[in-house]
Design a protein around this ligand. Structure first.
Ligand code: AMP
Length: 191
């Protein structure tokens, strides 16, 4: 099974992806984590993307598509992928469909965590102090939210037209959101 966790920055995608990994035979594929690992390792790629992440802009489609492509065999061997923070553009979504199709697979469900803007700002404000992430600050968060609204949110109709989109209320506690995701998976995928 292949899932996409979809939603704005600070919606809880990473938290929920980690919980799904604990309970199901799946691998979390977070392009943000992969890019942060590249930066931490001091690699060529890390040097190229460091400033982009700190600003809150999106890195190029080619970079993240390649990162994901490299990890698909591992995810497939584990039983499926939870895509967290990918795709973020239509080009990425189309590339993902093609890569999966080439492996005889597909996206089974897109779970959209719905969190209103006021709650997001409140969450992220709490995180600024403790996260240590260079993009968790008011300026970068504004850019990240704008990138989501301008480039990522337009993907919703793409997945809706494919009949793969399900909305989950992301405003509750971690446990409440997890339970809502489990219900959606049972209803829509029978698992
Ligand atoms: P995240 O951890 O998902 O919030 O991602 C952190 C940052 O990594 C984003 O603000 C972007 O700069 C970059 N990034 C992560 N995933 C993508 C993606 N799919 N496309 C473009 N940039 C990405």
């Amino acid at each position: 099974m292949n899932l996409i966790l979809f939603g704005p920055p600070a919606a809880g995608k990473g938290t929920q992806a980690k919980r799904l990994v604990e309970h199901r035979q799946m691998v979390q594929l977070s392009t943000g984590d992969m890019l942060r690992a590249a930066i931490a390792s001091g690699s060529e790629l890390g040097k190229r993307v460091e400033g982009i992440l700190a600003r809150g802009d999106l890195v190029s489609d080619e970079i993240v598509i390649e990162l994901i492509e490299n990890r698909l065999p591992e995810a497939e061997a584990a039983g499926g992928a939870i895509f967290d923070g990918f795709p973020r553009t239509l080009a990425q979504a189309e590339a993902l469909d093609i890569m999966l199709k080439g492996r005889g697979k597909q996206i089974d469900l897109v779970i959209r965590l719905k969190v209103d803007d006021a709650a997001l700002i409140e969450r992220i404000a709490g995180r600024f102090a403790e996260s240590g992430r260079p993009d968790d600050n008011p300026e970068s968060f504004k850019v990240r939210l704008a990138a989501y609204n301008d480039q990522t949110k337009p993907l919703l109709p793409y997945y809706e037209n494919l009949g793969k989109l399900v909305d989950v209320d992301g405003m509750g506690s971690i446990e409440q959101v997890s339970a809502a995701i489990d219900r959606a998976l049972k209803e829509r995928c029978g698992v």
